[in-house]
Design a protein around this ligand. Structure first.
Ligand SMILES: [Zn+2]
Ligand SMILES: [Zn+2]
Ligand SMILES: [Zn+2]
Length: 365
């Protein structure tokens, strides 16, 4: 086949994000449509312990003040997870006038908090290598800290928990860590999800996230015999399902902004991450670990961000309890945005989300 001929399997369509319709993605899989440069795989620092690393065990005195440790034992160097103040906060209690840019040019007054969670005592461990019990503990720590922050200051409307892995994803310290930013405004992308899902609920009386999960789970494919037209086989494909646990599901969004983007959601409706029950943490940990292992097998070493999106505590959380659904967005950065994307705000995804899900599912764990 010549370069100019289009492959019959090529897809070129604009997909509208069902939750945030203003956000659309151009899915363009033809070779000639590949505008992005592949991002270089970051050589991963796999060392277990680094003498000079302030986040490694034994160097506790080198970090900013500790906020929390898990488990909280008498031996202060025996921790598995620690939360410390951020040395270079974008927000600080003491900088009343310091505005900062968050996301889409949203400038807010600088009261709030910025903290670092040292995810694991092992320096270079990847999420898919962490024990399930450890990951359950980590999400328990996220939850405990989020609750404390909301209770500490009623002006705080949102607690964003996120992780950057690799330099292109914004991680400045190689030791595995995530971050907490507690802020007096709701980030614009979360706000858009909250408002649009509330509008959907107003019209259809159901949560759009739950509807998307149902759709992902019940998708049915019919295979016809090409010659006779008779139905050969009917199968439940779960086209967008990457991983399914008892309480959680990992799905590939229909309008994925990033080629390997995957979202993890609770199967039963839940708006607030704070309502996640302790007994369900292990299933979340299992689904996350298996999803990250699939991603590692397909795009090993890729840099990524993950973001926890939960209903804002802005006084409206009761009104949004039925329409919003908390989730974890995992966004691997396998390509660099082009001028076209930055200028148009339209994401270009060069891998068909259905095929990406298929490849992730095909990994044998
Ligand atoms: Zn370290
Ligand atoms: Zn829901
Ligand atoms: Zn979200």
């Amino acid at each position: 086949m010549s370069e100019t001929q289009a492959d019959a399997n090529d897809v070129r369509e604009i997909r509208i994000n069902p939750i945030v319709p203003s956000e659309s993605v151009l899915v363009a899989t033809a070779r000639s449509m590949r505008p992005k440069k592949a991002e270089e795989l970051a050589p991963r620092d796999t060392r277990k312990h680094v003498e000079t690393c302030p986040f490694c065990r034994g160097n506790e005195h080198k970090t900013p003040p500790q906020i929390m440790a898990w488990p909280d034992t008498l031996d202060k160097s025996d921790w598995n997870i620690r939360i410390v103040e951020n040395l270079y906060p974008v927000l600080g209690d003491d900088r009343a006038q310091a505005g900062f840019n968050f996301g889409l040019q949203q400038t807010i007054d600088g009261y709030g908090r910025h903290e670092v969670i040292i995810d694991h005592h092992e320096h270079g461990i990847a999420v898919h290598e962490m024990a399930e019990s450890h990951l359950a503990g980590l999400f328990g720590v996220y939850q405990a800290r989020m609750r404390q922050l909301f209770e500490s200051d009623e002006r705080l409307k949102y607690v964003l928990i996120f992780k950057n892995f690799g330099p292109a994803a914004g991680a400045s310290i190689p030791h595995t860590h995530s971050q907490v930013i507690a802020m007096p405004v709701v980030p614009v992308n979360v706000d858009a999800e909250v408002k649009n899902s509330a509008a959907h609920y107003g019209k259809h009386h159901h949560c759009i996230f739950c509807a998307l999960i149902d759709e992902a789970l019940t998708f049915e494919a019919t295979i016809y015999d090409r010659a006779s037209g008779a139905v050969r086989r009917k199968i439940n494909v779960g086209q967008y399902v990457v991983e399914r646990g008892e309480k959680f599901i990992a799905i590939k969004p229909f309008a994925s902004r990033y080629e390997w983007e995957v979202h993890i959601l609770p199967l039963a409706h839940q708006a607030d991450f704070l309502d996640l029950r302790v007994e369900d943490l292990s299933d979340l940990a299992r689904v996350l670990k298996r999803t990250m292992a699939r991603l590692d097998a397909v795009i090993g070493g890729a840099q990524y961000n993950f973001f926890l999106h939960s209903v804002p505590h802005d006084g409206q959380q009761g009104a949004h309890a039925h329409s919003y659904h908390w989730h974890l967005e995992i966004c691997p950065r396998t390509s660099i945005p082009t001028g076209f994307e930055l200028g148009s705000g339209l994401f270009v995804n060069t891998i068909n989300p259905e095929q990406a899900a298929e490849r992730l599912r095909a990994v044998t764990l």
